[in-house]
Design a protein around this ligand. Structure first.
Ligand code: ADP
Ligand code: ZN
Ligand code: MG
Length: 480
């Protein structure tokens, strides 16, 4: 494989909206989708004299995220003003954290072809979100909605540690899963509760110094981040190879045209004239509070994956599918409590149940399947009451009707026939019809019995117990 002409270097900044009850510095509701300018007050509108008060829940969420990303927590909490003018920011500045981010020096582990890789987290800081500009085509003007103004955000900044768009994509998925486990945000990119700015540069292989970066904004999915980065790497390469220079600037990704468009050349950090917000007095968080948050952290995805593989003897694939969603792991563990056959349950769950979820476009909760109902079905198959195939039919009917496996098996007459006398009639008939195959079995080719089992299954309308059939066929022929 020919090597790319340059090495790619990527660093990501993720903004995450924290799902607290109220905004970060006032008592307004922190909800999505209200009528414009209904969740506002003098504080988040930036009226003169209004004073901000830090939301404790937002601070705890920030500490939680920091701990989950293996960061050091700054117990010294300080907020700063980042000064800039934009119509969606009524105060003329954004309250953020400049020199004392709530968390710093952490990492996230991702999987790569070459094994696990550490992506450094430079910092994670708390700040307030801005409002939203909505363009009104009717009167050809922009309107401002301040509902989002003052919504708590945590910004998570990585080191420039990623070396390909794929690594960036994997980092984002790993990060999002961890954040979902923490329950601090709905992490919904479409609603804008998770946003990602991507910084990218290229450099000759072996060169230590980073190349000039560009920053990409406006991607609305992780896939779009990956595609935008691929586009931008190709553009950098082309510019440099044709003797040009990359200009440090911010670009907007246009998903329809699949290309980047210049938004602005980079303002430097000092343009923001950060200074401590005099309305928010710095303070120390008690270490006990931090320890408490640490003690209450949930089991995180990587640890859960390892435990599922060990404790339940699941394959990495099966455990991985479950761990992708906390509600699946809860459901699975509850099934195992009812019936200690984790592998059998995982097979059913990751196969038939997930298939039905996809088909019906429903979440697990919406599916209305309970762990005890699924276990009843898995047991019925394991104990030979119904065949594996019929089991799937039972599951579909269970989900359609809300009835139990037992009820459906009875109603539809799906129970396997294991009764010898009923099966023997079929077996004898099949033996009579297939003398050549019978001869093969007699000459020591027991595998040929599979063909006869298949024929007998057909004859029984799929209701015979195949294990039982195999036994009877072999016995009948060898004892003849
Ligand atoms: P800025 O001053 O533009 O905000 P920062 O140094 O704060 O830049 O970095 C912002 C993000 O860009 C971080 O994730 C960082 O890792 C990344 N980054 C910085 N320099 C580069 C570079 N040359 N190439 C790629 N990513 C970079
Ligand atoms: Zn408010
Ligand atoms: Mg910066």
């Amino acid at each position: 494989m020919s090597q790319a002409p340059f090495e790619t270097v990527i660093g990501l900044e993720v903004h995450l909206q924290l799902s607290t009850n109220t905004k970060i510095f006032c008592g307004c509701a922190n909800v999505f989708g209200s009528a414009p300018n209904t969740n506002v007050c003098p504080v988040c509108l930036g009226l003169p004299g209004a004073l901000p008060v830090l939301n404790h829940q937002a601070l705890l969420s920030g500490i939680k995220v920091g701990l989950a990303l293996n960061c050091e927590i700054n117990s010294f909490i300080k907020f700063d003003r980042k000064n800039y003018y934009y119509p969606d920011s009524p105060k003329g500045y954004q309250i953020s954290q400049f020199d004392f981010p709530v968390a710093k020096n952490g990492f996230v582990m991702i999987k790569t072809d070459k094994g696990p890789k550490r992506i450094g987290i430079t910092r994670a800081h708390l700040e307030e979100d801005a409002g939203k500009l909505v363009h009104d085509n009717l009167s050809n003007c922009s309107l401002v909605d301040f509902n989002r103004t003052g919504t708590p955000l945590i910004e998570i900044v990585t080191e420039a540690d990623m070396r390909s768009p794929l690594e960036a994509y994997d980092y984002l998925n790993t990060l999002k899963l961890t954040l979902e486990y923490l329950g601090v945000s709905d992490c919904d990119m479409e609603k804008g509760s998770l946003r990602c700015d991507a910084n990218v540069s290229i450099r000759p292989w072996g060169q230590e110094k980073f190349g000039t970066k560009t920053e990409l904004k406006n991607m609305n999915s992780f896939r779009a981040v990956k595609v935008a980065l691929e586009y931008e790497v190709a553009r950098h390469t082309q510019v440099i190879q044709s003797g040009g220079k990359i200009v440090q600037e911010t670009l907007l990704w246009n998903d329809e045209k699949a290309m980047t468009i210049v938004m602005r050349s980079k303002e430097h950090a000092h343009d923001y004239r950060y200074f401590p917000d005099p309305d928010l007095v710095p303070f120390h968080v008690d270490y006990k509070v931090i320890d408490q948050v640490r003690a209450e952290l949930p089991e995180l995805p990587a640890a859960k994956l390892e435990r599922f593989i060990k404790q339940y003897a699941l394959s990495e694939y099966d455990a991985g599918v479950l761990v992708m969603d906390q509600s699946l792991t809860k459901f699975f563990e509850s099934c195992v409590e009812h019936y200690s056959q984790p592998k059998k349950i995982a097979n059913w769950f990751n196969g038939a149940v997930l298939f039905e979820m996809k088909e019906r476009k429903l979440s697990l909760t919406e599916l209305k399947l309970t762990p005890s109902h699924l276990v009843e079905l898995v047991k019925a198959v394991e104990e030979g009451v119904v065949s594996n195939l019929a089991g799937k039919e039972v599951l579909t009917a269970m989900l359609d009707s809300g009835k139990t496996a037992g009820e459906i098996i009875k109603e539809k007459g799906l129970a396997q026939v294991s009764d010898d006398s009923a099966l023997l009639a079929i077996v004898d008939e099949i033996i009579k019809q297939n003398p050549t195959v019978v001869e093969q079995i007699k000459q020591g080719k027991p595998a040929a019995a599979g063909f006869l089992v298949g024929q007998a299954m057909k004859q029984s309308g799929g209701k015979a117990n195949p294990k039982k059939l195999n036994e009877l066929i072999t016995q009948r022929i060898l004892n003849a």
